[in-house]
Design a protein around this ligand. Structure first.
Ligand code: PHE
Ligand code: FE
Length: 284
């Protein structure tokens, strides 16, 4: 990223591993040293609430038959659909379920604070919402993507544990200069993962779940490659942030995701660095 946003504690610049020609738009002066801020609820206009309501309504109708069962079961726990929810309301339920809580942030944040929050079972949610002209497509995560896409699965105990392990693994990867390899795993699982369930292929990745077009593309189109999850294969694979994915990685259960990411990645990073990278559309 070309971000002008500096790490509050260390002076580091936040990193996004993809092309971006402008800095993130959030107001980072609101944030504390750990990058969290109060959810600026008073700043939402009635047009903002209406954008959320419309996004939720459209996406909710697409979820049956495309999203995984665990997501569908937990979606109502987000609460309000006709306005942007208060994070505190969700946290009452979420904390009881899995010990996670969501915290507001002004937008994308640097790696170390991001991993630190996850390692402490805190999920950073951007608090602002897209403008009506970005209804179908937005290049940065907003409150709709973060809540609708990411939060329902934090109610699932296995997935919730995996997210914490990812945060701890991120801090470790940072020390090994391997964050870019680890970020590919995040991309192809937490953002764009597919899961095979009794009645077919379903989405669990937040980038799919919050996108009307990609929900169908990912689960139904004959075009993309669909490969079984393989950590090394994922780490070698570049990704695109400005189009539907050309390759998806499929798991059979969240336990599989947890187990396949449990080994020490230190030697894996070393090995992957010796191997050629693969294009986003490489078929094998
Ligand atoms: N097992 C990884 C490591 O040793 C950490 C990790 C766990 C990464 C879960 C991603 C997801 O570095
Ligand atoms: Fe996301």
């Amino acid at each position: 990223m070309t971000g002008a946003v500096q790490d509050k504690a260390t002076g580091a610049t936040p990193v996004v591993y993809g092309a971006s020609d402008r800095p993130p738009r959030g107001d980072y002066s609101r944030a504390a040293l750990d990058y969290t801020c109060p959810q600026n609820y008073a700043a939402y206009t009635s047009a903002d609430h209406e954008t959320y309501r419309r996004l939720y309504e459209r996406q909710e109708t697409l979820v049956p038959g495309h999203a995984c069962d665990e997501f569908i079961a937990a979606l109502p726990l987000l609460g309000a659909k006709d306005r942007i929810p208060h994070f505190d309301e969700i946290n009452e339920r979420l904390h009881k379920a899995t010990g996670w809580e969501i915290v507001a942030v002004p937008g994308l944040i640097p790696e170390v604070p991001f991993f630190t929050l996850l390692a402490n079972r805190k999920f950073p949610c951007t608090d602002w919402i897209r403008k009506p002209e970005e209804f179908d497509y937005i290049v940065e995560p907003d409150v709709f993507h973060d809540l609708f896409g990411h939060v329902p699965l934090l109610f699932n105990p296995v997935f919730a544990d995996h997210m914490q392990e990812y945060g701890k693994g991120g801090l470790k990867a940072h020390g090994l200069d391997s964050c870019e390899l680890l970020s590919r795993l995040y991309w192809y699982t937490i953002e764009f993962g597919l899961i095979r369930q009794a009645d077919g292929l379903r989405a669990y990745g937040a980038g799919i779940l919050s996108s009307p077009g990609e929900l169908r593309h990912a689960t139904e189109s004959a075009e993309p490659n669909r490969l079984p999850l393989d950590v090394e294969r994922v780490m070698r694979t570049r990704y695109k942030i400005d189009s539907y994915q050309q390759t998806y990685f499929v798991i059979d259960s969240f336990q599989e995701l947890f187990d396949k990411t449990a080994p020490d990645f230190t030697p894996i990073y070393e090995r992957v660095r010796q191997l050629p990278e693969l294009a986003a559309d490489a078929a094998d």
